[in-house]
Design a protein around this ligand. Sequence first.
Ligand SMILES: [Fe+2]
Length: 156
Amino acid sequence: MEDYFGQDIKRIRHAKTVVSYAERILPETTGANPNVVIAAAVLHDIGIKNAETTHGSSAAQFQELEGPPVARDILVKLGYDEPFIAEVCDIVGHHHHPATEETVNFDVLYDSDLLTNIQESGKHEDTSSSGTGKSMAGTFRTEAGKRIADSDTARH
Ligand SMILES: [Fe+2]
């Protein structure tokens, strides 16, 4: 992921923050597969680069379209098996758009990304471009995600 993003420090830092939130949510979330969740956390926004070069936009729909083939390439090179790759790519491919029924692995990634986006938007006082912020705090999908959001908000 770092090799792929190169000088794009902001995106590398974002992915690492999502991983660290996932590491907090995972131990409290029954049924989640840490390997799948961490791989998805590392790679969830990997489509941004091609979204910008091919579509001129980092909008969620383009990221979700461009992400899975890049994620698949990386995971194949790293020697992961097909079911693992398929699940991670599925999460990457709709990580901003939960389906009616979702896996626990999706839920952990979703909350980790949401917590990261809230943290980043608070830091930069800019919720307009990302479309995220405290108004999304009600949309958490795991108990641990909600609890972390509540405790982090209370600290500010
Ligand atoms: Fe993200």
